[in-house]
Design a protein around this ligand. Sequence first.
Ligand code: 5RP
Length: 263
Amino acid sequence: MSVDLSPIDKAKFVAAKKAAEFVQDGMRVGLGTGSTAAWMVRCVGEMVREQGLRIKGVPTSTRTAELAREVGIDVVSLDEAKWLDLTIDGADEFDGELNLIKGGGGALLQEKIVATASDQMIVIADAAKEVETLGAFPLPIEVIPFGWQTSKALVEEMLISMDVLGQQSSLRMDGDAPFVTDEGNHILDLHLKRIGKVRELALVLNQVPGVVENGLFIDICDKVVIGFGDGRVEMRDIHEGLTSEEQVQFLETDNLFRDLDGE
Ligand code: 5RP
């Protein structure tokens, strides 16, 4: 195999590959967004093409929808699927209780709706995403464009009374223009440094007019598959703790890497 992945990409790939094993014939599956989730979509696509796996995939962004179709997954909307057996997605941070910060890729709104409408959510992440306390990664919140500066000011004022270390926020940019989500909204990144009470913050943020949703995923994730640069994966379950450790092989995935040639 000629593909030379960096240790971080290997970690993402092995986590994605392991999580794809949880996808079974007939399932309705939520497909996350981001670089780790993209590996998972490719792995599931390979299972569809080479093993005849039949699933319906519900993407969490237009870019995941494009990739899913490209690799052969039958894509349906959440309203068509109604309820999902499983969602697999990446995360920006996860803590010991499997609470998450998500939205680094700007897809937190669809990601939260899809994960919440699933029997099970599995997060795939490289080991660097694990933290003791959430908040070093800027917390994304989705705000509607109308009056976003007022929403920003209200959020910052509200943060003063919250158990966080920082209160600054910044409008996410895409080059010279504000970043626009699939729903036509903007993202504010909150530089909180440390979030003391995640549940409280998640609830209070959504009370600010103009805020559509925040990137704190509390009590949504059931399992985390953690990948390491040497090909090891570790699985943590919300009920059972550490459930397994194993080595994922790369060689059997030649076809999948061939698919990536020319991307
Ligand atoms: C997108 C997300 C992603 O899952 C998160 O940003 C992780 O991305 P990556 O796998 O590229 O590190 O929440 O909105």
